[in-house]
Design a protein around this ligand. Sequence first.
Ligand code: ATP
Ligand code: MG
Length: 665
Amino acid sequence: MTTSTAQEGASEAAAIYPPPQRLVNPENGVKPWCSSMEEYETLYKESINEPTKFWTRVANELITWDKPFTRVSQGSLKDGDMAWFPDGQLNISYNCVDRWALQDPERVAFVYEADAPGEASKVTYGELLKQVCSLANVLTSFGLRKGDTVAIYMPMIPEAAVAMLACARLGLVHTVVFAGFSSSSLAERVADARARVVITADEGLRGGRPIRTKAIVDEALLTCPEVEKVLVFRRTGNEAVAFNPDRDVWWHEAIASQRPYCPPVSVSSEDPLFLLYTSGSTGKPKGVVHTTGGYLLGAAMTLKYVFDIHDGDVFCCTADIGWITGHTYVVYGPLALGSTSVIFESVPTFPDASRYWKLVEDHKITQFYTAPTAIRALRRHGDSYVTKHDLSSLRVIGSVGEPINPDAWTWYNNIVGGGKCAVVDTYWQTETGSHVITPLPGATPAKPGSATFPFFGVELAILDPQTGEELEGNDVSGVLAIKRPWPSMARTIAGDHKRFLETYLRPYPGYYFAGDGASRDADGYYWIRGRVDDVINVSGHRMSTAEVESALICHPAVAESAVVGAPDELTGQAICAFVTLKDGIEATDDVKVELVKEVRHRIGPIATPKTLILVDELPKTRSGKIIRRILRKVVAGEADTLGDLSTLSDPSILDVLISKVAAAL
Ligand code: ATP
Ligand code: MG
C-alpha cells in the first residue's frame, strides 16, 4: 500500500509537546518511573533483546507468586499456543487485596462517587478484604468451584469490583456484561459463557433515573435455564423489584452468614481469569479469554508506567467495568499497585457538564482517564464547565477507545490539563489486555493524535495489507500487527479457538493482526488510522476515516463526525461524511459548504466529501464508539442487513438516519 498524501499531511503538520516540566522535575522530588526517552529506549530494548531477564525482573517486582515460575513464556503466534509464566502459581485477589490490607488496612482502595452528586464514600483495603472473602464464601456455598463461570451484570458500584475479586479468589471465571445491555444481549452472553450464577443489583441509577437491572436479568434468564442462582445486591431498595425465592438470593442476607475470611485458591498463571465480550464495533462481539499471571502483570506494569502511579495518588478511570478498560484500569491495575481507584457511577453530564471536573476537584484526582467520545461531548458544551474547577491535582490525563482527533486532544491538553499535564493517548484492545502503544508521561514528546511508541515488550510491525510483507523503515502505512506474544494478550475466544486463530493469527501468519490501519511517520511515531474495514478507497487512493474526521472536527461548528465510503460508479468509493454540530449551531447549507471547504483546505481535494449529512446523533456502541459499519451499510442501500445490533447504544436513531441518507444520496 502506498502512503497517501492525506496521511503524510497530518504527520508533517503535527506539533510536538515535550513532557511537562512539572513531571520531569517535580517539586516533591518524586521522579517519574520513566523520566527520559533514553530510559524508555533502554528498557524497551531490554524487553525485546533480553526478554527472560526483563520479564523475570518485572514479574517478581510487581506480583507475589505462591509458586515462583521457572519459565517466562512458551508457544508462538504461529501456533496460537502462547503461555506466560506457565509453571507459576498465584492468586489475583491476594495480589490485589490481601497484600495491601495486611500492610496498611486503612489505605483507601476505592473512592465511590455515587450517581447523586455529593454522595461519595470510601472502601479501605481492610474492608475490601472482608467483603471479598465473605462474598467468596457465598459463592462457594452455591457449589461453585474453580473453573466455573459467573456472570456479573451490575451498576458501577464497589460491589461490582468485589464480585470480580471474589470470583478471582476462588479461581472462578467472571464475565462482566455492561449493565446497559438489553435482556436479549445479556441472555446471549450468559448462554455463550455458560454461566451458572448471575450477580446483579435490584436497580441501577444513572443520571438520576432508575435502571431496571434485576428485571432485565429476569427477562434474560427466561432463555437461560442453566443459571441456578441469582445473587442480588440491594442498590436502591425499590420494593417493587421481583424476587424469586427458589433462585434469587439477597447479597446482604447471604454475606451476613459468612465468615469474612476465605483462603485464596492458588491457580496456574495460565488458568482463565475472565472472559469479556468486545465492543462490537465491527460485528458480532467476541468472547475474549484472558488468563491470570500475564494479564495481571500487563495491568500493573502499564498503569505504573503509563499513568506514573506513585504512593498517595488517586487514579480515576471513567470506563464502566463492563469494558476491558474498566477491568484493567478501574479494578485490577490500580489494586495490583495498592493504589486508590475512583468508581464513578454517574454520567459526565449529570447534573451538568461539569461533573467530571467537580469529581477531580473533590477527590484531588491525580490521573484521569476517559474516552474521546466523552472529551468531544464535553468540548461541545464549552470551556466554562471545566475552567470553574480547580484541576491542579491532575498530572496525567489519558484517552482510550478511538483515535482522538488532534483538535480534541488539544482541547483536552489546554483546557482540562491546563497545559501542565501529560496527555497519554493509549492504544489497545480487549484482546491486548493492557496498553500496547502509548506515550510515557515523563519521557515521550507527544504529537496530538498519535499514540506514539510501543510499550515494553510489544514489537510492532506495519504490514502491506495485500502481500502481508512487513514495511520497514519510517514513513509507511498499512495494517498494524504485533510480532511476538506479550504477557497480557488474549489466549482464545471462549468455546471457539478456531475463530481466535482466524481473526487474529491466520490473516498474517506469525503476526497478531489488530484489525486497525496504522502508519509510522518520519519520526517513528505510530498513528492509528481506523479500522481496516473502514478504509476508504477513492480512485485508488486509500484514505483513513480518522484523517478526514479529524479535519472536520477542526471546524469550530463541529462536535463529532464519522466518515465512510459510499459506492460510486466513477471513483469506486466516494467519501460520505456524517457530522453533528455543537450546541446552538444551526444546520444550514452554508455550514455544509464550509465544512467541505475545511476538509479540502486541511487535506486536499482528494479528500473532498461527496456527500455531507448533518445529523443529531451518530450510531455508537454502548461503550461510546462510532459504528461506521452501520453508516456504511446505510449509504450502500443495505439498511435491511445491518447485522448484529446488540451493541448499538440507541437503536431509535436508525430511522431518521436512513431517511436522511435517502434524501441526501
Ligand atoms: P469489536 O472488536 O467487537 O469490533 P472494538 O474493536 O471496538 O469492537 P474494543 O476492544 O473495545 O472493541 O476496542 C479496541 C479498538 O478500539 C481498537 O482496535 C481500535 O480500533 C480502537 N482504539 C482503542 N484505543 C485507541 C486509540 N488510542 N487510538 C485509536 N484507536 C483506538
Ligand atoms: Mg476489535
